[in-house]
Ligand binder design. Structure first.
Ligand SMILES: [Ca+2]
Ligand SMILES: [Ca+2]
Length: 380
């Protein structure tokens, strides 16, 4: 009798423990069988640019010195390992986490040159192209100091399940002849139960920066631009959000920014203002876009509050900064820009800060002191 009672107690404990810790809905340990270096169930893809075959690798041992892991070795191009996984509940929020370990192309645990990211597509389109399909987490590539030779866990932003499936992709890329090896293990997709985080205006960008972005700002970029960089920089006062990219990637565009969700009162008309200091990547004025559609510096407001798609028509962009910073003498000086009036529809609005460049001219822009203003058109 006593033995049965104990078993029941243990079982009850395990069930409660499981429920309260948010058991993973999808787990992939990459310990299964491999064919030509690729774990069963996964496929490879590559960006339209770049050369060389996609070279997946069966890594053994994997995380924690056990089992196996999926590797990907690249010397020229952006290559992917992709799978669409099922097991989500539509309407619930999830986060993706994965262990990442990087090395040079020859497998030596020395800091590689290139990029390593992981991404997810809640629409489960099962293809990484076009480049707006996926949301990418660039933390692994901004953290080579930690993850070269070490298995580090990275967790992406929450996303809402649209259906029961999600497409997951690992991206590894390089333009360095020495190449790069990205290794991935212990993929976990688990429910995210914390309420969505929103922030209040104003934002002085004097917060703690994590992997180059100020508190609450999420990185966004279009795949194919290989050199996006985010950093904390000196601001008008304190710090500012720096977005910049060089031209070491021939033939590639530069399309990067950040987005953050702020609280507002619905049914009122507002503008937002932000201070910007910008130049091209050589500290010169921006090129006149009538002659070269090169560097662009802009900011936008999306009254829908969405944070996933930088190309959607609901973002109301303000391109005045580009016109301003093409004027000689204005480069790298602070100036305040104000959006067109917009009508708040819900309780939140997303603010987008963005730069674009091309394969000839990079771009560098700092953003500080974002404020919300009640527009004079406001109706009570
Ligand atoms: Ca494993
Ligand atoms: Ca500041």
């Amino acid at each position: 009798m006593k033995r049965v009672f104990l078993s029941g107690a243990v079982l009850t404990f395990l069930l409660v423990f499981r429920a309260s810790t948010g058991w993973a809905d999808i787990q992939v340990d990459f310990d299964g069988s491999y064919k030509d270096g690729l774990c069963d169930g996964w496929k490879t893809e590559k960006d339209p640019w770049g050369t060389g075959p996609v070279s997946p690798i069966e890594v053994s041992p994997g995380f924690d010195g056990k089992g196996k892991a999926q590797g990907l070795r690249v010397s020229n191009g952006s290559h992917f390992v992709v799978q669409t996984l099922s097991g989500l509940t539509p309407g619930l929020d999830y986060v993706v986490s994965v262990r990442v370990c990087t090395a040079r192309g020859d497998g030596k645990f020395e800091t590689p040159k290139g990029w390593v990211e992981f991404g997810w597509d809640s629409r489960a389109r099962n293809i990484t192209w076009p480049n707006t399909n996926m949301i990418w987490c660039a933390d692994p590539k901004l953290d080579f100091a930690q993850n070269t030779g070490n298995w580090i866990k990275y967790t992406g932003e929450p996303f809402r399940a649209i259906g029961t499936s999600v497409t997951i992709a690992f991206k590894v890329g390089s333009m360095d002849p020495g190449g790069i090896t990205g290794q991935f293990d212990n993929l976990v997709i688990s429910q995210h139960k914390a309420p969505p985080v929103t922030y209040r205006f104003p934002d002085n960008f004097d917060s703690t920066y994590k992997f180059g972005t100020a508190d609450g700002w999420a990185k966004r970029f279009l795949s194919g631009g290989v050199t996006p960089r985010w950093a904390q920089a000196a601001g008008r006062s304190g710090s500012a959000q720096h977005l910049y990219a060089g031209t070491e990637a021939p033939g590639l565009g530069i399309d990067i920014g950040v987005v953050k969700v702020f609280e507002i009162t619905p049914n009122r008309t507002y503008t937002v203002s932000v201070w910007i200091s910008a130049s091209d990547s050589s500290s010169r004025p921006l090129t006149n876009p009538f002659f070269d559609p090169g560097p662009i510096v802009k900011f936008g407001v999306d009254p829908t509050g969405q944070t996933t798609n930088p190309t959607t028509a609901t973002i109301q962009w303000k391109s005045d900064p580009t016109q301003y910073f093409i004027m000689s003498g204005k480069e790298n000086t602070w100036n305040q820009f104000t959006s067109a009036p917009f009508q708040a529809t819900g309780n939140t609005v997303s603010v987008w800060l963005w730069v674009e460049g091309d394969n000839n001219i990079g771009v560098s822009a700092k953003f500080d002191d974002l404020t919300l203003n009640s527009s004079s058109d406001s109706k009570p």
